[in-house]
Each structure stands twice: as structure tokens, then as C-alpha cells.
Design a protein around this ligand. Structure first.
Ligand SMILES: [Zn+2]
Length: 276
């Protein structure tokens, strides 16, 4: 049994200078491959169920899947709700066995984001579950623009909500398919100077790999969310598997061919977050 909370994996990462990957899952095939990769690299891993995952599979089912994988894993595994938008959604995740919930109040005014996040952090902590919040707004490639995190607001958010991890907007963008651009390191330094809470980068796929490694080792960023990069690896492997044999129709046989390519792509992601 190696099911743990977000705090259980982020506090050692903060202390020892590495980061933990928050891997965006869409189904059994990728979550199983992510755990296999984490075991091969001997690092903890955060399995995340975001909005599109929940649209496909109900939270109580996802909670069981994450916990089943965690119980059989040789490394610590966190069952994490990504971008919960309501108190109710976070409550259902906690009841479904998740060990960490992210409440995203980043589109709301500061006072409202603080009040709602604090209430969810309190509910989570009472259940022995961790809570991640977001301050500033991380935009979406081809969609909503970002609103960079103000360091003073981040300090206030951290102290008044009691969150265990804080997602910040420092040049990161969700759903980015290339790695151009990178993060604003001076803004990161200004934020980490005023808080002790582990920091989280959403949209990690768009961050150059060298910058991921440097920040994992030398900043308070302890969690990078990686989704797009691994979804692209899965999609490519699936397309190859489907096209290889036009007579094959059994989906279990087809999906088997995605396992190794996704494990390999995930191992490369995890290697960049290791300490020195
Ligand atoms: Zn996100």
C-alpha cells in the first residue's frame, strides 16, 4: 500500500531539491503506464483526474482505479483531483478516496478565491487529504489568456487559505504542444521569496526540459503538471497500433501496443525532475 497525500510527496521534494510529476490521466491505459514508469524510475507520482477525464469516467470509479494502482505500486502514489471547480466536486472526490484535491478558484476575485479555497482546504484536512489552490490565472493555448501571479497576493493566498500547494501563473500555458517560450524566473523568485508553500506549474508540457530540471532542483517549484506531452505520445502510439494491422479489431489487443511507448515517454519526463 503506497497511497499517500500530496503533502507527503511535496514536502520531501521541497526539502531535497526535486519535483514530482502531476500526470494527467484519461483512462486505465495511461494511468497504468504512468505507475509503471514511476516504478522504473523509482520516484513518487501524482495521478490526476482533470475535467476531461471526469467527463468520460465518474469520480468514484476513478478513485477506485487510482487506489488499486497505488496499493500495488512500489513507489508513493497520490490520487489527485485536478481543477475541481466547486465545493461539491471536491467533496465527492474526497468521498471517492482521493488523497488530494485541487480547487481552482482562479477565475474569481481574490477575496472570493481565498474564502472558497480556505473552506475546501479545511474540509480536505479534516479528512486527512491535501489541498492545492491556484492564484493568478494560467491560460489555455488558443483560448483564454493568462493573468500572471502577483507575489503579494500569493503570500496572502498561502497564509489565509492553508493550502498545501499553490499553482502559480508565471508564463505557463495549458495544452501547449511546443516548448517555446518558457517560464518567467524573476516572477518565480519574487513569489518564492514570500512563501514556504510548495509551488505548482500547470501546463508543464510547454516548459523547456532544461528549465524543468533547473527549477526542480533550484526553486520552490515541487510539482509540474504534464498532460499534453504524454497525450501526444499515447495518440501517436494508438494511431500506429490501429494502422499496423487493418484486420485487428479487438481494442484490448490494440491498446496493448500503447503501453511501452507511453512508459518510455513518461520515464523521460520523470528523469528531468530528479534531484542531483
Ligand atoms: Zn491546470
Amino acid at each position: 500500500m503506497s497511497l499517500v497525500t500530496l503533502s507527503d510527496v511535496l514536502q520531501p521534494a521541497l526539502r531535497d531539491g526535486y519535483a514530482v510529476a502531476g500526470l494527467v490521466t484519461l483512462g486505465w491505459e495511461d494511468m497504468r503506464a504512468y505507475v509503471a514508469a514511476a516504478e522504473a524510475e523509482n520516484v513518487p507520482v501524482i495521478l490526476q483526474a482533470g475535467p476531461s477525464c471526469r467527463e468520460h469516467t465518474p469520480l468514484p470509479v476513478l478513485g477506485k482505479m487510482f487506489r488499486h494502482l497505488a496499493e500495488g505500486a512500489s513507489v508513493p502514489v497520490v490520487a489527485h483531483l485536478d481543477h475541481g471547480y466547486t465545493h461539491e466536486e471536491c467533496r465527492i472526490a474526497i468521498e471517492s478516496g482521493f488523497t488530494s484535491v485541487m480547487f481552482d478558484g482562479s477565475r474569481k476575485a481574490l477575496a472570493q478565491n481565498i474564502a472558497e479555497t480556505a473552506a475546501i482546504a479545511e474540509m480536505a484536512h479534516a479528512a486527512g487529504v491535501s489541498c492545492e489552490g491556484e492564484i493568478g490565472f494560467v491560460g489555455y493555448s488558443g483560448g483564454e489568456g493568462s493573468d500572471g501571479t502577483n507575489p503579494d497576493e500569493a503570500a496572502q493566498f498561502a497564509s489565509e487559505t492553508g493550502v498545501d500547494a499553490m499553482a502559480i501563473s508565471v508564463g505557463n500555458v495549458h495544452l501547449q504542444q511546443n516548448k517555446e517560450g518558457g517560464l518567467d524566473e524573476s516572477r518565480i523568485r519574487a513569489i518564492e521569496a514570500v512563501t514556504e508553500v510548495p509551488l505548482v506549474i500547470h501546463g508543464g508540457s510547454g516548459v523547456p526540459v532544461g528549465q524543468r530540471s533547473a527549477l526542480a532542483r533550484g526553486s520552490k517549484i515541487c510539482k509540474f503538471n504534464i498532460g499534453t506531452e504524454l497525450r501526444m505520445a499515447f495518440g501517436q502510439a494508438l494511431r500506429t497500433a490501429v494502422n499496423t494491422d487493418p484486420d485487428r479489431f479487438d481494442r484490448v489487443q490494440i491498446l496493448k501496443d500503447t503501453h511501452e511507448p507511453v512508459v518510455e515517454a513518461t520515464r523521460r519526463v520523470l528523469q528531468a525532475f530528479k534531484g542531483i
